[in-house]
Design a protein around this ligand. Structure first.
Ligand code: CAA
Length: 731
């Protein structure tokens, strides 16, 4: 049966999906399941069916790569397979382990009974791909859990543990092999265990008949012996109370309005869940299919699918193959207990890796360690971390004022302030202190990693690891490859990124690397817009409405304006004086307004409130700056603001690609989605350029260059793509 293996266990037919790596529900699996069910229905020797997954999970859902590709009429669609299962007079039981996501959960929802291993994660994450569950999930889930829980689950896209799924009502039984306890027993006893047990413990992937299946076969036999089958589509009790109450859905929409602005899929999910209480089951299913088709064809869904694959593609480095040896990272060191250093250390502690933070002064060290504890305590007080877990994490963070304490660390990340001389001094010392195979990393956001590496006798072990602030929260990690960085160091750090919960993207050495270099092109234009006639709140609103969490000026206030001011002062002597320069930011800093930390920056802030309030003093300052520069202020449209901010950013991305500093356009998209909050549903800046048309971006840049000169000259790559009618996705 192709991608589905079948096996008879007495009078029960066990169908095991077998389509690595995630048992995606592609053509082979769907037709295999259909054939299996038909075989069971036509065979008097079969009383019941169990559906399970081979390998490490039940199923990761529909095969996303099939979306938008034509299907043959002989190819059964998933909703029909599930309908057939639900209507079957012979019981069908789902035996679930690992992951059950998307269509990979909708399939069990159509079964008559669901059994999950306690370590399973289940959910309907389709919203993250810009679609809704399109195989009955929006109609069956509310019938099992009630509308409120279904709304939360489907609109968040979260995967939840089996026990929660059981409590919510969409898993009937949890097979509770206490994996940790059993593992301990196993190691202490030194026993050899049968494959079935090894599978339940998680260290064998390929045994189909784990405990879940065994339990499922027993349940199938029980059901076949005469119990009435529970068909999800016929259930009424949990949704009856929510019929005729549109206010539930209105309230839910309101609750997500800010977070989901401009993002279509959450609203498509809500519309379809509402149908579960408004329409008869079959009509609800048909409407779900229509909405699904609409969503799949949308630009937002294409963008979100692009983002999904881009993130996974970024892990692949052409000249660093998958089998490159990696160093095991069991202990880490961080130099600097400031905001960055502390955040970086927390990532290690969270991932179970003991970390030593080194500071020069005891006071600073204690302050840094104190902030880490306070951060954890905040998370505990919000109920997102247990006190025990906090204690364990804090226990993994040690402090020291002696670099020599890093002698045994497998990786050391330097996170002191941006000063080349200081960094070189530190790396020189690390070279003497650290063990021979340690990785020496710098969290620099601007400096030349090659120069830092040259301060050591082992430049092959030196790499940049550029974290984003707050380092314990932001998911991006720009890993900077120096000229001499070894493949082993790259493979190790890319693997480590995932281990500490980050999305690692490999970039080359240049000023600002990929993210900040592009950011500069954007914020520079935002500054010029102020002089020409816009005000900070107008620019910020356009960028916020585009989908960023905040605009450039609110972001500046949050990050602190003094940082950039200091850098500008240091670099004043090398600034090209023939290029345009906006004095506004400097003038604001000269007033002692450094952003939120001084309750005043581009905006003013009320005590204890982070809401930016437009300030007439700043408006006057900006108007004065225009006057001083001899610029006549004009009305600036929202469209111009968006183009002036985003297109130079894309243009800089094109230059970065030309220079080979990012491996692919999609890597740049990942950097911007995870490092700067570029709206994921727009796919990142380079994908966005393709959706508006590279030619249009090029034409606009050419016009802007004619009007404003400056650094707005279109990148040769942009020109080349525009002239050949291609996009960044074609590279
Ligand atoms: N379709 C196609 N390929 C998929 C896939 C899917 N649904 N899910 C994962 N893959 C691929 C990945 O691209 C990756 O490929 P490469 O090795 O070539 O890079 C490989 O499978 C392994 O994936 P991960 O690295 O993500 O593996 P993981 O173990 O870390 O995570 C997972 C497993 C939780 C299932 C994760 O892959 C995931 O979240 N997948 C997407 C789940 C999802 O969104 N499902 C809904 C699909 S839409 C749907 O089902 C519509 C419907 O209503 C019918």
């Amino acid at each position: 049966m192709g991608a589905v293996n079948s096996e008879r266990r007495g009078r029960v037919l066990v169908l095991a999906m077998d389509n690595p790596p995630v048992n995606g529900l592609g053509h082979g699996v769907r037709s295999g399941l259909m054939a299996g069910i038909e075989e069971a229905l036509g065979d008097d020797g079969i009383d019941a069916v169990v559906i399970t997954g081979s390998g490490r999970m039940f199923s990761g859902g529909a095969d996303i790569t099939e979306f938008g590709t034509p299907k043959s009429s002989a190819d059964p669609i998933l909703p029909d397979v599930i309908k057939k299962i639900e209507a079957s007079p012979k019981p069908v039981v789902a035996a679930i382990h690992g992951v059950s996501a998307g269509g990979g959960l909708e399939l069990p929802l159509g079964c008559h009974y669901r059994i999950a291993h306690s370590q399973t994660r289940l959910g309907l994450p389709e919203v993250n791909l810009g679609i809704l569950p399109g195989a009955g999930g929006t109609q069956r889930m509310p019938r099992l859990t009630g509308v409120e829980a279904a709304l939360k689950l489907i609109v968040s896209g979260d995967l939840v543990p089996a026990k929660k799924a059981h409590a919510l009502g969409f898993v009937d039984e949890v097979v509770d092999g206490d994996v940790v306890e059993t593992a301990l027993k196993l190691i202490v006893s030194g026993d050899l265990v049968p494959a079935k047990k090894a599978h339940a413990l998680g260290f064998v992937d390929e045994v189909v008949d784990g405990d879940v299946v065994e339990t499922a076969v027993a349940a199938a036999e029980r059901l076949a012996a005469g119990a009435e089958l529970r068909r999800t589509g016929s259930l009424e009790d949990r949704i009856a109370q929510d019929r005729g109450k549109p206010e539930i859905f209105e309230a839910f929409k309101k609750s997500i309005a800010r977070r989901a602005r401009g993002y279509e899929a959450p609203y498509a999910c809500i519309e379809s869940i509402e149908n579960s209480v408004k329409l008869p089951f079959d009509e609800g299913l048909a409407a779900e299919r229509d909405i699904f088709r609409r969503c799949v064809a949308s630009t937002q869904s294409q963008a979100l699918r692009h983002a999904f694959f881009a993130e996974r593609e970024a892990t692949k480095i052409p000249d660093v193959p998958k089998d490159t040896p990696v160093k095991t990272i069991e202990t880490a060191g961080v130099i600097g207990a400031g905001t960055m250093g502390g955040g970086i250390a927390m990532n290690f502690a969270n991932a179970g890796i003991p970390v030593t933070i080194v500071e020069t002064e005891q006071d600073n060290l204690e302050r840094g360690l104190g902030i880490i504890e306070k951060n954890y305590a905040n998370t505990v007080s919000k109920g997102r971390l247990s006190q025990d877990e906090m204690d364990a994490r804090v226990g993994r963070v040690n402090g020291s004022t002696d670099l020599a304490d890093l002698a045994g660390a497998d990786i050391v990340i330097e996170a002191v302030f941006e000063n080349m001389a200081l960094k070189k001094e530190i790396f020189g010392k690390l070279d003497e202190i650290c063990k021979a195979d340690a990785i020496l990393a710098s969290n620099t956001s601007t400096l030349d990693v090659n120069e830092i590496a040259a301060a050591t006798s082992r430049p092959e072990s030196v790499i940049g690891t550029h974290f984003f602030s707050p380092a314990n929260v932001m998911k991006l990690l720009e890993n900077v490859r120096g000229e001499k960085t070894s493949k082993e160091a790259i493979a190790t750090v890319m693997g480590l990124s995932k281990k500490i919960g980050k999305v690692g993207v490999l970039v080359g050495v240049c000023d600002g690397f990929v993210g900040n270099r592009m950011l500069y092109a954007y914020t520079r234009q935002a500054g010029f817009l102020l002089e020409e006639g816009a005000l900070p709140h107008q620019v910020d609103k356009v960028i916020f409405d585009f989908g960023f969490p905040m605009g450039p000026f609110a972001m500046g206030d949050l990050a602190g304006l003094d940082v950039g001011w200091k850098i500008r002062q240091e670099r004043e002597h090398v600034r090209p004086k023939d290029l345009r320069y906006s004095p506004v930011a400097d003038r604001i800093c000269e007033m002692g307004r450094f952003g939120q930390k001084t309750s005043a920056g581009y905006y003013s802030y009320k005590e204890g409130d982070r809401t930016p309030v437009p300030d007439p003093k700043i408006e006057a300052l900006i108007v004065q700056a225009s006057q001083d520069l001899g610029i006549e202020r004009r009305e600036i449209s929202d469209e111009e603001i968006l183009q002036r901010c985003m297109y130079p950013l894309i243009n800089e991305g094109a230059k970065i690609l030309e220079e080979g500093l990012a491996l692919r356009a999609s890597d740049i998209d990942v950097v911007w989605i995870y490092g700067y909050g570029f709206p994921r549903y727009r796919g990142g800046p380079m994908f966005y350029a393709d959706t508006v048309g590279v030619k249009h971006v090029y034409d606009t840049m050419s016009r802007l260059h004619d009007e404003h000169g400056d650094w707005l000259e279109p990148a040769p790559l942009l020109k080349q793509l525009a002239e050949s009618g291609k996009g960044f996705g074609d590279l």
